[in-house]
Design a protein around this ligand. Structure first.
Ligand code: SF4
Ligand code: SF4
Length: 172
């Protein structure tokens, strides 16, 4: 699979579709881009996009967050930025924030509010899924339904969902 090609196609789903129809950055001064250590996980295979685009506003580091696939331990890269980017090149995690994919106890894909965003984002704190633009939610579901057909991606999603559970416990 040419993973860069897949991600570049999926990015287009979010070029003009945003969480709500207004500029939510005006609510919060773009809080999700302003952290001291702003960083977002790159999904499996997504790093290939940045090998091609090679933007100077992103730095990619390995993390100690791992998942198992085919008997191997795979580590998940983190993309760090300085709070500015080219909107058309931003990673998938930025495009879907403050929502995120999640594999529930029945092994099914759900789209949920990202528990890691609850301390940062006013929408993550106060909104229910139905409060977001339905096209935004539908496009996230579409993108991750496709990605989850890949066995390695699904293995990542199981570890990622357990990671989100840790945050969910904190915010309950
Ligand atoms: S923190 Fe939330 S409300 Fe603010 S810009 Fe980011 S997604 Fe929008
Ligand atoms: S890459 Fe862009 S959208 Fe993502 S956190 Fe950095 S400035 Fe914000």
């Amino acid at each position: 699979m040419n993973s860069a090609y897949v991600y570049l196609q999926l990015y287009k789903l979010f070029d003009n579709v945003t969480p709500v129809s207004v500029d939510c950055g005006q609510l919060c001064g773009k809080a999700c881009c302003k952290g001291e250590d702003s960083g977002m996980f790159l999904f499996p295979g997504e790093k290939a996009v940045f090998s091609i685009l090679n933007p100077d506003w992103i730095k990619i580091e390995q993390t100690d967050f791992t998942y198992k696939y085919n008997g191997k331990t795979c580590s998940v890269p983190l993309a760090m930025c300085s709070g500015e980017c080219n909107r058309y090149e931003r990673p998938l995690a930025c495009r879907i924030f403050p929502l995120t994919p999640y594999i529930n106890k029945n092994g099914r894909l759900e789209i949920i509010t990202d528990p890691r965003g609850k301390g940062i984002c006013p929408m993550a704190k106060a909104f229910f899924i139905d409060d977001f633009d339905p096209v935004f939610v539908k496009n996230i579901k579409k993108a991750f339904t496709l990605l989850c057909k890949n066995k390695r991606f699904y293995a990542f999603m199981q570890a990622y969902s357990a990671h989100l559970d840790e945050f969910n416990r904190f915010y309950k």
